[in-house]
Ligand binder design. Structure first.
Ligand code: NAD
Length: 489
């Protein structure tokens, strides 16, 4: 059984933790590795090595720093298939979904290669006679990210390429549910020959997270995960004087107007809800049919859900993979059952279905529920599974009122051919990522990954120019050079 190690200061080393857990392939149930639950010592060691590396890395010219990123892009592209296979075996998603993750990770490296321009300061000459004033951006020191299970490849790339290009050194803490994917990426990245200590990998769970949040040498923390933990990370990290950006959970609405195009809308809705088996923070969860859209779309949507092929992600025919753990599968099934027992109507029940040849895997087939009671878990909490709540309202105003009353604000989408309806929606809805005739409004790497309300704690988001601001501090310089001094030369 492969035991996973940390990568600290350019060396693969054992964790000091004596607690290890099994990592299972969600598609087959097979145990594929063992991961340490982490220790304070591991973070102390990594933060020390990263702090030592910072002393020279910060003064390495930015043009030189980004040469490592160009090489990183090449390594990821050359090994995309290998990374995708490991990601699928560990996360349960389909191979196509894993390959798409590698592409999005590379996009972030590409944008971070533009840091020399993005880091440029501002300059004002002669703010008074002979006096100039300017702003320069300097790195913070050691930064770290804490990642969730559902995008084992991409999420650390929302942060660390920008952080190191800006001159910081870095620690990645992957999810203990999918630790092997980032381990493999770090093995491959050894080819890039980054100076020792610039990029470190530390495995673990709560104890490791707490060590990051309290370590005086770590200046900035980026978190992605559930809202409960995001709130905790934000408050504990800021209490300890760190910059923190913490992306939380979601329960995304998708509104369908009666004038929407039936074929494309139905296909995109099914892809949005059931892609990654619903374990995607931008997945649509509540599909709101407005007015006549109920008659036009309800049956089509159920048919589109039924037609999705659920299978082990390594099988090329699979359109929907597995649920991450048996515990998550049980939780989702309980949420469906509670809604049913409170009066919801199950239009499609994906529970207790066999996926031939993979009886040990954690599968729930596409599920559609209508008339979900407002007080049920299915209505109020993030399900994070292949479950669609179908909701019917009379007007767009009703849909917007419902959406804006929710606690989350990660994404909201509308399908319509009406410009004014789309405009009203994007203007009034309280969510950070808006899709207009788009089912998964994932921002490109040169835009910030936004998020409002309980989906985000902090101010600067991941990716884009926001990342440059998050990973640098500004220094304002005022300087005076009198004419009479300069005349001497
Ligand atoms: P999670 O919150 O359980 O875990 C995320 C990270 O926090 C992991 O690295 C884990 O080790 C650590 N952690 C877990 N419990 C902790 C605790 N009590 N104290 C300290 N650290 C702890 O999330 P998950 O189940 O891995 O991921 C799914 C969640 O992530 C969903 O809620 C999803 O919406 C969210 N997510 C959000 C975004 C976004 O951009 N907003 C993107 C992807 C995933």
């Amino acid at each position: 059984m492969k035991k996973l190690n940390n990568y600290i200061g350019g060396q693969w080393i054992d964790s000091k933790s004596d607690q290890y857990i099994d990592v299972e392939n969600p598609g087959t149930g097979e145990v594929i590795s063992r991961v340490p639950l982490g220790s304070k010592y591991d973070i102390d060691l990594a933060a020390g090595k990263a702090a030592a590396a910072f002393e020279t890395w910060k003064d390495t010219p930015v043009e030189k720093r980004i040469q490592y990123l160009f090489r990183m892009k090449a390594v990821l592209e050359e090994n995309a298939d290998n990374i995708a296979e490991i990601c699928t075996q560990e996360s349960g998603k389909t191979l196509a979904e894993s390959k798409a993750e590698v592409v999005r990770a590379v996009e972030n490296i590409e944008v971070a290669c533009g840091i020399p321009t993005m880091m440029q300061g501002e300059f004002s000459e002669d703010i008074s006679e002979g006096i100039d004033e300017f702003v320069i951006r300097q790195p913070l020191g050691v930064a770290a990210c804490i990642a969730p299970f559902n995008f084992p490849v991409i999420i650390p790339f929302w942060f660390f390429p920008y952080a190191i290009a800006c001159g910081n050194t870095y620690i990645v803490k992957p999810s203990e549910k999918v630790p092997g994917t980032m381990t493999r990426i770090f093995e491959l990245l050894e080819e890039v020959n980054l100076p020792e200590g610039v990029l470190n990998l530390v495995h673990g769970a709560k104890e490791t997270v707490d060590a990051i949040l309290t370590h005086p040498g770590i200046k900035a923390v980026s978190f992605v995960g559930s809202t409960k933990v995001a709130r905790y990370v934000y408050s504990k990290g800021t209490e300890n004087g760190k910059r923190v950006q913490a992306q939380g959970g979601a329960k995304n609405p998708l509104v369908v107007m009666a004038d929407a195009d039936p074929e494309t809308t139905t296909r995109i809705i099914a892809d949005s809800v059931y892609g990654c088996a619903g374990q995607r923070c931008l997945a649509a969860s509540t599909v709101i049919l407005v007015g006549e859209a109920k008659q036009k779309f309800k049956d089509r949507i159920v048919e589109a859900a039924k037609s999705k092929t659920t299978c082990y992600g390594m099988d090329e025919t699979s359109q929907m993979g597995a649920i991450i753990t048996k515990g998550s599968k049980n939780r989702i099934e309980e949420i469906i059952e509670e809604a049913r027992s409170k009066g919801a109507n199950l239009l499609l029940d994906g529970r207790n279905k066999n996926v031939g040849g993979f009886e040990g895997g954690n599968y729930i087939l596409p599920t559609v529920i209508e008339n979900v009671p407002d007080d049920s878990e299915a209505a109020t909490t993030e399900i994070f599974g292949p479950v669609m709540n179908l909701k019917y309202v009379d007007t767009l105003d009703d849909a917007i009122e419902f959406i804006n009353g929710g606690r989350y604000g990660n994404a909201a989408c509308i399908f319509t051919t009406s410009g004014p309806a789309a405009r009203k929606f994007r203007h009034e809805v309280t969510a950070g990522n808006i899709g207009i005739n788009i089912g998964v409004p994932a921002p490109m790497a040169f835009f910030p990954f936004s998020g409002w309300k309980e989906s985000f704690f902090g101010d600067l988001h991941g990716q884009s120019k926001h990342a440059v601001e998050f990973f640098t501090q500004t220094k304002v310089v005022i300087e005076r050079w009198h004419d009479e001094w300069t005349r001497k030369f």
